[in-house]
Design a protein around this ligand. Sequence first.
Ligand SMILES: Cc1cc2nc3c(=O)[nH]c(=O)nc-3n(C[C@H](O)[C@H](O)[C@H](O)COP(=O)(O)OP(=O)(O)OC[C@H]3O[C@@H](n4cnc5c(N)ncnc54)[C@H](O)[C@@H]3O)c2cc1C
Length: 465
Amino acid sequence: MVPVTASASDIIVVGGGIAGLVIAWEAARAGRRVIVCESGDDTGGMLRRGRVAGVDVDLGAESFAIRTSGVADLVADAALPLQIVEPRPEGAHLVLPGAFGRVRRMPLPRRAVVGMPAEPEAGDVVRAIGRAGARRAAQERDLPAGIGRESGVEPSLFDLATARYGRRVAERLVDPLCQSVYSQPSSAVRLSAVHPSLWAEFERRGSLTAAAGAVAPAARAGSAVRGIDGGMWRLAAALRDAAEAAGAIIRTGAAVQALRPAAYGVEVVLAGETLRAGHVVVATGPAAAGALLRVDAAAPVGGAVRLVTAEVVSRALDARPVGSGVIVPPAAGGPAKALTHVDAKWEWAARALPVHTHVVRLSARDADAPGLDTPAAVAGELRRLTGARIRPADVWALTETRWTDAVTSASAAAAAWRTAARAATPAGIHLAGATVAGTGLASVIPHARELARELVARTSHPATA
Ligand SMILES: Cc1cc2nc3c(=O)[nH]c(=O)nc-3n(C[C@H](O)[C@H](O)[C@H](O)COP(=O)(O)OP(=O)(O)OC[C@H]3O[C@@H](n4cnc5c(N)ncnc54)[C@H](O)[C@@H]3O)c2cc1C
């Protein structure tokens, strides 16, 4: 029989990703006794540090959306010693299939949201979808608000974009953006789930063009995101320091094996010991949460996410040929669905890297398919996507990162799973993180802070207990 440690904590957090760390910091600074159990050997979860070309870079999330003020508020409220930075102004590119198996490269339309243009006849839109496509898209503004929603049920994002803007916008802009940002085809998601504020504007204004105009960043592609000087991994590292300084106990290499509701609170079973607390927050990925809560429905885990980060030494990339990166729709083929030219996107990376040295992240279209395994394969894909003459010998090092428990939050199956998970969650156990808040720091952080405040209010302060 494994001994139960006498209850020494108000809250135990399972998972030391950003959600778990937010809860630990909020609860500890309010005087609650908190323990974080993290199975890995470091905290941060998908905010992960790696060293490439002698520089610390992100191997997971590398930016955050400013559709909420969640990250900026956290940095300010916790007085984290971090500087929020804007990406360089060039923006990203899109590739489309061209003649003879090649691709055509073009800047992404500047004023668009999930590929839906605010100015359908702008030059950058015409370049992507042609004049006829742009003329058709421009009619969207004058369509009756009900077009695309005749059945009364919200259609898929692809069907909505097709009905309102025409097929070219749906196929060449909306679907590639959706696949790249949400890792799902636009036929599998709904706009209200992937971009609630754009959907709300559409409902208010009756036109996607007008809605995109209200939501789209006025200036340029990419301006809807920010980063942290030196990398997003620093956010998790600094927050961990703040949580520990406030009194939270953070344990790594501490995999939680089971949760058991007990007479007073919840028992948390680890290898060789059992802890007990009044409240337990499960802030893991969906598969781990589903196993701990014994949810019957399949967890909303997509395929694995595979990133290959390359150190490339070549003058051919000095001119930043594709700005901050490239989005690659399925029709353009190839093993990568997106490329980020890290030092073209972030000034701090450019400053830190030696001359003619570049860091490029390639996101695999299919994590289990071969490709991007060797310098020659990576050089070939870089040549194809950037047009720069990269030779295999220019690719000095490759770092592969794989994520197997990442959320596909936008799908209908994910919504059903969340309902099943909430129903399976006994009193005293709570869910946090991307599993319930949706993918991305802009969603995860505000959700975790709100839950933490609720738990603080529900746990009596030790001094007053
Ligand atoms: C490659 C990649 C790029 C991304 N890019 C961006 C981006 O640019 N901008 C953005 O906003 N978002 C991005 N995201 C999404 C964002 O990173 C996540 O939504 C967010 O970090 C999720 O945080 P979390 O705390 O919910 O989960 P996680 O970060 O997954 O943390 C969960 C933690 O729980 C631990 N754990 C699991 N099981 C157990 C157990 N049984 N016991 C103890 N611990 C356990 C895990 O080890 C992990 O550390 C990206 C994600 C990936 C994978």
